[in-house]
Design a protein around this ligand. Sequence first.
Ligand code: 5GP
Ligand code: ZN
Length: 114
Amino acid sequence: MDDCLFCKIAAGKIPAKVVYEDERILAFDDIRPQAPVHTLIIPKAHYASLNEFPEGEASLLGHVLFKAREIARAKGIGETGYRVVLNTARDAGQEVFHIHFHVLGGRRLAWPPG
Ligand code: 5GP
Ligand code: ZN
């Protein structure tokens, strides 16, 4: 996807503070952090949102979640707590239409979310 911001980040065409990378996923810190820890995890393959995500790629979702746990531990919030957020479509406030998971923590997070 030539005009996708996160595809460009995945391809290294736009700089990001990379936290973790392998052949399937990339994790990088959010440019406008909403908490002391705010990292985004994306599959390198382009899927606009959970709504477009193929069931055949289900193992990729598990991979993302276990890496979220690893990143939370590495950033020192594994035990104090963190939230993994997947905003999907308008009412959830999705702004970037390349599926991404937020890993948030380092402060008390309100519930229910706004
Ligand atoms: P959404 O609202 O779509 O779930 O989240 C999009 C997230 O991407 C936002 O938290 C926003 O701050 C982040 N973001 C937008 N543009 C960039 C960018 O160029 N670099 C990084 N690292 N994060 C970005
Ligand atoms: Zn993309």
